[in-house]
Write a protein that binds this ligand. Structure first.
Ligand SMILES: NC(=O)c1ccc[n+]([C@@H]2O[C@H](COP(=O)([O-])OP(=O)(O)OC[C@H]3O[C@@H](n4cnc5c(N)ncnc54)[C@H](OP(=O)(O)O)[C@@H]3O)[C@@H](O)[C@H]2O)c1
Length: 301
């Protein structure tokens, strides 16, 4: 890890702590999981591909020498029934020990408007609604912190509660991804404030990892074009291990509840993790309450 200078931060000691995480099978989540295991965490990783999960497990065991550090749990975030089944498996996997940190990293980008079996626009389903449902289901087990990976793309998202899934048009990759991340920022704000008002020991932190070279960029639909985009981005975007820093910072550092963490560089594209400013819409408490109520009704189906 090169961006994050842990030497002048609190070096985390996660020995004996249980961390449940999504999105650890690839990208910046895979790097975050490795670092959490190095710090001693016992990881329960929710993955949709067992084969990819096994590769991650092997790497972590090889690099940490901790064969019992990882448990893999099947979890597909693209359907409400699958999220509920995954939450039940996670509950069984933590074996009554509880969850110290619940870290949502999984996310997706689609090239066309796709609809899940529940009738949801896919990016909103996976990026925003599934993490809310999983958080609600696991909350009784969480002891310390919930970390939700959003994105600065929320700044170009717009909420339309009359047509939240773009059934009447208006979908583009930018509009769909931006909306999914703005919904995430808003339910995250409402959740963080609700926890605080209830005097809970649990807090919630929001994260923007920065511009990170991962599979997420490969959304052109052409493998050749994807390679060109990746090559053109390489000098500017952060590596997945540097991109993991904001998630690790949000997970392990003392922070005001409901903070929004991301890189300190220009445009929040790269740099060291710091407190970031979010959009005016993402701070709108009335909108946050309405969006959270809508999202809860969607996932209650
Ligand atoms: N990369 C960036 O520049 C950037 C910028 C801002 C925010 N972010 C956010 O950072 C997070 C991580 O993204 P990344 O860049 O590391 O992308 P990535 O390399 O594509 O990794 C995405 C992760 O999410 C998992 N995932 C996707 N759909 C899923 C589903 N239906 N059920 C369960 N897991 C699913 C993937 O699993 P598989 O391995 O099975 O595909 C993978 O582990 C996302 O929330 C993303 O929106 C990224």
């Amino acid at each position: 890890m090169t961006v994050m200078a842990w030497e002048h931060l609190r070096e985390p000691d996660l020995r004996g702590r249980t961390v449940v995480m999504t999105g650890a099978s690839d990208g910046l989540g895979r790097e975050a999981a490795l670092q959490l295991a190095r710090w001693g965490a016992d990881l329960v990783l929710g993955v949709r591909s067992r084969a990819k999960g096994e590769i991650v497990r092997e790497r972590i065991v090889r690099e940490t020498g901790r064969p019992d550090a990882i448990r893999l749990v099947e979890l597909d975030l693209a359907g409400l029934a699958a999220v509920r089944a995954g939450a039940a498996r996670i509950t069984a996997a933590v074996e009554g020990r509880g969850i110290d940190l619940l870290i949502h990293v999984a996310g997706t980008v689609t090239r066309r408007r796709e609809v899940t079996a529940d009738g949801f626009e896919r990016m909103t389903a996976v990026n925003a609604l599934a993490p809310l449902l999983l958080t609600d289901l696991l909350l009784p087990l969480v002891r310390e912190r919930i970390v939700v990976t959003a994105s600065h793309a929320h700044t170009f998202g717009a909420i339309d509660l009359a047509d939240p899934h773009f059934t009447r048009g208006g979908w583009s990759l930018r509009a769909g991804y931006g909306r999914s991340k703005l919904v995430t920022m808003l339910w995250g704000l409402e959740f963080a404030e609700r926890l605080q008002e209830a005097g809970s020991s649990v807090d919630l932190q929001l994260v923007h990892p920065g511009w990170v070279l991962t599979n997420l960029q490969n959304a052109t639909g052409s493998a050749r074009l994807d390679r060109v985009v990746t090559a053109a981005s390489r000098p500017f975007a952060m590596s997945p291990s540097d991109g993991a820093a904001a998630v690790l910072f949000a997970a392990t550092q003392p922070l005001p509840p409901g903070s929004y963490i991301g890189p300190d560089g220009r445009g929040a594209l790269r740099g060291r993790p710091t407190l970031l400013r979010r959009s005016v819409a993402a701070l709108d408490r009335d909108l946050a309450r309405r969006v959270a109520a809508w999202a809860r009704a969607e996932v209650a189906r």
